[in-house]
Design a protein around this ligand. Structure first.
Ligand code: GZL
Length: 358
């Protein structure tokens, strides 16, 4: 708290000298006001612009570091998927490469909300400058987010949303999951000729990425493709093992499945194993559409065993630290810094595979 007090006094004295209004630095950190920088940050979400985001983050961090590091606490969900591992690598690598201006406190919650909450409380005790987390589920955050706000520490949500009032977090950096679901529905319809029975593998129960990818997909199928029927839908918790298990049960009780939509590539890869073990050809007898864009699904598409992935960029480390540095500097950012997503189909897989970064 001493550190924060000192920076508050510095801010207020600078403000007094400039005879300009400078609201309470606590509120400034939580006041979501649009800036052109944030709009630029939005464009930088694309993995191919990681280098630009790197530079911007460097500049932002240096602007605020002075003789003081940017101290960040990050409460990660766990290691449930290749996508999650790629995001963790992106965050930790960036912090290691900028250890002169960034101090990262990183917690792996093993997919348990109570561990994320414990980590956030410890970050508050350590009086970090910014707290980041990917909320494993949307609910149950009000109390601990209010404690962070009372301590004057901004909360940055990365890749998953939390169902709290907007004053309890500063920004969400991530994709439009409803739009991802809609794009997946259009691709599935193309693959099965806009008719037939399909099944759905849902992500973690209560996670915004699962809830919204389901909403986007199911609503689009219902609205635009009356001859496609979703005959079964069940959570595979975003993991390959559970995706395989659930697909095995779907195959046992349905002999006429034409397609499977999985909320992430890892569950689709598990489903592909189940389809093969059932004596069917994934990618041909049963079409696959999933979300993330991890390397393994590109390899499956190149092998003719998968058909489509909607990319959801996990390389958010540089953008995350750029936003954190802006908040430490007392700047404000947009309430949603949106990632750029794209659709990849099997015909593109072999060509783009060598360039995939995760
Ligand atoms: C999406 C992210 C999801 C990925 C999954 O932003 O939250 O969590 O799609 C991961 O692979 O488990």
């Amino acid at each position: 708290m001493k550190r924060k007090l000192l920076s508050m006094v510095l801010c207020l004295s600078v403000v007094a000298a400039m005879a300009m209004g400078c609201g309470n630095p606590k509120e400034a950190k939580n006041e979501p006001v649009k800036t052109s920088d944030a709009a630029k940050a939005d464009d930088k979400a694309d993995a191919n612009d990681a280098a630009d985001a790197d530079d911007a983050a460097d500049d932002a961090a240096e602007d605020t570091s002075g003789d003081e590091k940017l101290v960040v606490g990050f409460a990660q969900i766990g290691q449930e998927s290749g996508w999650r591992d790629a995001e963790t690598m992106s965050i930790q690598t960036y912090a290691e490469e900028h250890s002169d201006t960034i101090e990262l406190h990183f917690a792996d919650a093993q997919q348990k909300q109570e561990n994320q909450i414990k980590a956030i409380k410890s970050f508050i005790e350590q009086d970090v400058d910014v707290i980041g987390l990917a909320p494993v589920v949307e609910t149950g955050w009000d109390q601990v987010f209010a404690e962070a706000k009372d301590a004057g520490i901004p909360i940055v949500l990365l890749d998953r949303r939390a169902d709290v009032s907007e004053d309890l977090y500063t920004t969400f950096i991530g994709s439009d999951f409803i739009e991802e679901g809609k794009m997946a529905a259009a691709e599935m319809a193309k693959l099965i000729g806009e008719e037939g029975k399909i099944v759905e593998l849902e992500g973690t129960v209560g996670a915004s990425a699962a809830t919204d990818r389901k909403k986007g997909f199911d609503d689009e199928i219902a609205a635009s493709y009356p001859n496609i029927e979703i005959i079964a839908s069940q959570t595979g918790d975003f993991t390959r093992a559970q995706g395989k298990e659930v697909m095995e049960s779907f195959l046992k009780s349905n002999s006429d499945i034409k397609g499977v939509y999985a909320h992430n590539d890892d569950m689709a890869l598990g489903a592909i194993e189940a389809i093969k073990e059932a004596g069917l050809k994934p990618g041909e007898d049963i079409k696959t559409v999933s979300v993330d864009g991890v390397k393994d699904i590109f390899e499956a598409m190149a092998a003719g065993e998968a058909n489509c992935t909607v990319e959801c960029n996990p390389l958010l480390g540089p953008l995350f630290f750029e936003v954190a540095a802006q908040l430490k500097a007392g700047e404000s950012v947009e309430k949603w810094v949106k990632s750029v997503d794209g659709v990849f189909t099997a015909d593109m897989a072999a060509e783009v595979l060598p360039d995939r970064q995760y």
